[in-house]
Structures are given as C-alpha cells and as structure tokens.
Design a protein around this ligand. Structure first.
Ligand SMILES: O=P(O)(O)OC[C@H]1O[C@@H](O)[C@@H](O)[C@@H](O)[C@@H]1O
Length: 315
C-alpha cells in the first residue's frame, strides 16, 4: 500500500533547458532534459511505468524504441511504448512520428547512414494539452520549445538514427531491426468517460486519462494497481500529500481521498493497462455523478483521428 509524493531525479541532456519554470523550481545550472519521477523510498521496487517531464531547448535525436519481442531478442526485459502530454509549446513547436512514405529496411539503413532520414520523418505542429501516442517501433523525434509529461514503459532502450552531429552514438542495426518503416498509425481518439474523466490513451501497457476536478470537490481514488497522478493545473491534496502542477504522486494498492484546490485541479491519471478501469475514481461531492461514468467493461466504439489532424510542419 502506498500514497507517496514522487521525488524528481535530474537527467542532463544536450538538448535540455536551464529554465524549468513554471513547472519546476529545481535550479539548473547545466541543461536539464528530463526529470524522472521516482518513489519516495529509493529502495522500493521500481514501478513498471516511468513518468518523466521533458524540457526541450533543441531537438532530440531521431530515434526508435523496441517492442517487447525485439527487446527480449537482444536480452532486455521489455520494450518501450510511450505517450507525450504537451504541457507547453512555443509557437510552431513540433514533433515527428513515422515516415513520410514507406521504405524498405535497406533504404532506411542508407537514410540513417547518409543522414537523409532527417528529411524523411513526418513532422507536425503540436499545441498545449495535446496527447501523442508513440508505440514501440514508431520512428519519432521531439522538436525544440516543448515541455512534455511523458508516460512510458520503464526502459531506457533508445536506438538513435540521427543526432544533428552532437557526437552521441547511433544504433543503426537495432534501429533498422526495431523500426516500422512507413507512416505512423492514426492517433487514438480521446473518449469522454464522464464530466471529470477523458480517456486519452488505452494501450496494453498503460492507460492515460485527463481528469478535471471542480474547485473544492472531493473524490476517492481506488488504485488497485500501480497508479500515478501528475498535476497539469491547479492544486490538490491526495491523502496526506499535496501536489501542484509539475508534481506527481504515486499510489499503489491504496484508496486515496482527493480534494481539489480552490481553483480546481487538472491532472493526468495513468495506470497499468491493459484496460481502463470504470470505478477508479468516485465523486464524493456529487455521488449521483458516479452513475454517469461510461461502463468500460463494454467495448469502446472504434474512433480514430487521422495522424495528420494537425497542421503539418516542415522539418
Ligand atoms: O536520445 P535523446 O535525444 O537523448 O532522447 C532520449 C529521449 O527521447 C524521448 O523521445 C523519450 O523517449 C525519452 O524517454 C528519452 O529519454
């Protein structure tokens, strides 16, 4: 049983930022790329999900992550699917997912070797509050000017295809072996579950919901399995723990009473897949609202939004 304020581990990156405000007060005299949220007790077993914040001053590498089968074939425990929730985006900030056109693995290899992969990936603009699912195998990149909350399988298996001459290692064989060599699949559609809950991502490895809690409303979070709550806006009290935007709480096999602050609270609720849980969150202020939550034991209507829904951007 656990309800813990998550501490943040700093990871320096060449593309990181020295100004993490307003999301974090951590002083950064050297570029910070990532904050990794971790359990209060560093000796506790690692959770299966890794929640991070990313701060990008320059583009990240063009990269791909393996799926579970590929990861296991090279001796890793599992692969890495991830999702990005855009917390803030400078005007014109962009991400890339998938290729502009299908290519053969040998063509992908040459494009990595001669650097032309940089012109082959499909960029698109992103805006705050957008979510992007990056399944294992999707070639992707993140541009400059973004602050992102990332939810991922706990894995550090990143195979780089291109790195803007920064001198970091590329992983050509593994990248070609792990990558889907064509355009990205359409992004999943968001699904409104209730007034407070919107299902953003439902994947075999993790579920991501956005919750919007009315000012001073009270809730019960019933976390049967590993669950993270990340603050996007406002403040909240979760059991004994206070959290504001940019902070995270880890809950496992526990019931936590949530009280939204005077301005309400918007957060990301993320937990282990494979399926969203109907009764993970109960409204204690307005009990009649619980009956209106969509029954998740019934299958979801297939609804996809096109991957090019947003304005396409030049690389
Ligand atoms: O290889 P670099 O550019 O440092 O990027 C590595 C980072 O890439 C992002 O897309 C995410 O997958 C992060 O979890 C990862 O740490």
């Amino acid at each position: 049983m656990a309800i813990e304020y998550a501490s943040a581990r700093i990871v320096h990156k060449p593309w990181g930022s020295t100004d993490l405000r307003p999301w974090s007060k951590i002083p950064a005299d050297k570029a910070v790329g990532e904050l990794w949220f971790q359990r209060a007790n560093l000796n506790a077993p690692d959770p299966a999900l890794l929640l991070k914040m990313l701060f990008t001053k320059a583009p990240l590498s063009i990269q791909v992550h393996p799926d579970d089968a590929f990861a296991q074939s090279i001796g890793l425990a599992h692969g890495k699917s991830e999702a990005w929730y855009i917390l803030s985006a400078a005007p014109g900030a962009k991400v890339a997912i998938g290729l502009k056109r299908p290519v053969k693995p040998a063509q992908l290899r040459s494009a990595i070797e001669d650097g032309s992969i940089a012109g082959l990936i499909q960029w698109r603009r992103v805006v705050a509050d957008e979510v992007v699912f990056v399944p294992a195998g999707a070639i992707h990149a993140i541009g400059a000017g973004l602050v992102i909350a990332e939810i991922q399988q706990r894995s550090d298996a990143t195979f780089r295809l291109f790195d803007y001459g920064r001198g970091r290692e590329l992983h050509v064989d593994n990248a070609v072996g792990a990558a889907h060599t064509g355009p990205a699949e359409p992004q999943p559609a968001e699904e409104r579950l209730s007034d407070a809950r919107t299902l953003l991502i439902s994947s075999p490895h993790f579920i991501v919901e956005r919750i919007v809690l009315a000012p001073k409303s009270n809730w019960d979070l019933h976390a049967e399995r590993e669950t993270w709550l990340f603050g996007v806006k406002g403040d909240t009290q979760i059991g004994p723990v206070k959290a504001i935007a940019g902070e995270a709480v880890f809950i496992d096999e526990d019931d936590a009473e949530i009280k939204a602050g005077a301005d309400g609270f918007t957060g990301l609720l993320t937990y282990l897949g494979p399926k969203p849980i109907t009764d993970i969150l109960h409204n204690l202020t307005d009990k009649s609202a619980n009956a209106a939550v969509r029954d998740l034991s019934r299958p979801r209507q297939p609804a996809l939004r096109p991957s090019n829904r947003l304005t396409e951007a030049r690389p």
